[in-house]
Design a binder for this molecule. Structure first.
Ligand SMILES: *Cc1c(COP(=O)(O)O)cnc(C)c1O
Length: 460
């Protein structure tokens, strides 16, 4: 296929997500043709280290023989039949597996195909749960709490519980009401003495809110340990546990959105395990199929499930379902992905590699424009600032962060920015040498931009 034609047609026909298409059409698009382990290969044959795991999804690498094999074996049987009124083999086996690997008594799996849908399902289930158990007593339990800067997806319900002004402001008139609580973004909360004080402030605010309004609150939704899309905001230790305790105390369902952090990303299979937290409802997506196919799941405890049981005319049924729910190809891949994670001891490996990365990442502080380096497992954010003292970021027009990203691409590394934050979300199976190369390339890219823009003087 002719590259120039592909480029022309891409610009003519494809509308890319989260992308200012005017700028995009003025640039040279990266058109990926193949993948090999930790590398993406474009139509011109250039190789790039996949430092964003193809948007936080890839686990074992691209073109993984065992995953390919699982896909081929399944497609030779059947690609898709429906879960409406019938069942299928991989969706049964995967649901059982998910119940086994998730914490506590989470045991009822509702499938969908994107993280956003998994969140919609969680919200609707949480609301209906209260209506099913006592519609009079819980008549007013119809609101949700979420954190400032929260990100739970892009469909209207998921945006309603979102707290990212940049993405969500324009849609405000379409949304249902959200009750927001402060997020413990310690780096920017300099009015508090330390991280512990930040944590206590946020928890106090949450408790005040629950004291006053819990009768109106169906659930609280949170990204456990790390708020990803907001710029890898890592929460203080113990924050999640305290949130769980408050939810129990005030009779509010706890929904953990593990779409980004689940499947090993933070060093445990699920992030909430690190604080011994068992949510009532958990959302999964992204890494679930190892980065092969769109699949998501919402897993509930039995108590919630039971509330939906009744005679048909009681209308306790959950009236929700997506056409491709429980798709066989996706479920077969997810099952294989989890089996490979177990067989290969990937979680243990991630922890080891993460510790080594922590040391490597310190070098980035050589540059005065590096304000904060945040890491949980293989989830890394480097916040770029104009001034380390004031923590002021560069104005959008100055494009400093974008230029670093572009430099990295020129040096064969693909990463992405989230506002002022450079993010590294490597493929989980990446080797130590590749991870080192990733950080070295980021170092070099920052260095070149700093020199070209004369930022050293400006920052000193
Ligand atoms: C990516 C993400 C979602 C949305 O998933 P999609 O598959 O993009 O719809 C929801 N929650 C979190 C925490 C995410 O990172």
């Amino acid at each position: 296929m002719n590259h120039n034609l592909l480029e022309q047609w891409d610009k003519e026909y494809v509308w890319h997500p989260f992308t200012q298409m005017k700028t995009y059409r003025e640039s040279k698009p990266l058109i990926i043709e193949r993948g090999e382990g930790s590398y993406l290969i474009d139509v011109e044959g250039n190789r790039y280290l996949d430092g964003y795991a193809s948007l936080w999804v890839n686990v074992h690498g691209h073109n993984e023989p065992e995953l390919n094999g699982a896909l081929i074996a399944q497609v030779n049987k059947i690609a898709h039949s429906t879960l409406l009124g019938s069942a299928n083999v991989p969706s049964i086996l995967l649901a059982k597996k998910l119940a086994e690997i998730t914490p506590g008594h989470l045991s009822k799996v509702f499938y969908s195909d994107t993280g956003s849908a998994a969140v919609e399902i969680a919200l609707k289930v949480a609301y209906q749960y209260w209506q099913n158990i006592d519609p009079d007593k819980y008549r007013h339990k119809n609101k949700f709490v979420s954190l400032d800067e929260a990100y739970h997806g892009d469909t209207v319900g998921a945006v309603s519980v979102g707290g990212m002004d940049l993405y969500h402001r324009i849609f405000k008139p379409l949304l249902f009401e959200r009750i927001s609580v402060p997020s413990p973004y310690a780096y920017h909360m300099t009015e508090y003495f330390d991280t512990e004080a930040v944590k206590n402030h946020c928890l106090n605010e949450l408790e005040k809110l629950l004291q006053q309004q819990s009768a109106q609150i169906a659930g609280l939704i949170i990204e456990p340990l790390v708020q990803g899309a907001a710029g890898i905001i890592t929460h203080p230790d113990g924050f999640l546990k305290e949130v769980e305790i408050l939810c129990r105390q005030y009779d509010v369902l706890l929904i953990c959105d593990e779409v980004a952090v689940g499947f090993g990303r933070t060093g445990t299979m699920f992030a909430c395990e690190q604080e011994d937290v068992v949510p009532d409802i958990m959302c999964m997506g992204k890494g679930i199929t190892g980065g092969y196919m769109p699949l998501a799941a919402t897993i509930m405890n039995d108590q919630i499930f039971q509330s939906f049981l009744g005679e048909r005319e009681e209308h306790k049924t959950f009236y929700h379902g997506h056409t491709y729910t429980g798709n066989q190809l996706a479920c077969a891949l997810a099952l294989k992905n989890i089996e490979l994670m177990e067989e290969r001891g990937l979680i243990h490996d991630i922890q080891k590699k993460a510790r080594q990365l922590t040391k490597k990442l310190q070098a980035l502080y050589d540059f005065p424009i590096v304000g904060d380096v945040r890491q949980r497992g293989l989830m890394i954010g480097v916040e770029i600032v104009k001034d380390r003292q004031t923590k002021e970021t560069f104005p959008l027009q100055e494009n400093i962060v974008s230029e670093i990203i572009i430099k990295a691409r020129e040096h064969g590394l693909i990463i992405r920015e989230l506002g002022p934050v450079i993010t590294m979300m490597p493929i989980l199976a990446m080797s130590e040498a590749e991870l080192t190369a990733m950080v070295d390339t980021v170092y070099r890219s920052i260095q070149e931009v700093v020199l070209e823009k004369g930022l050293i003087q400006a920052a000193n």
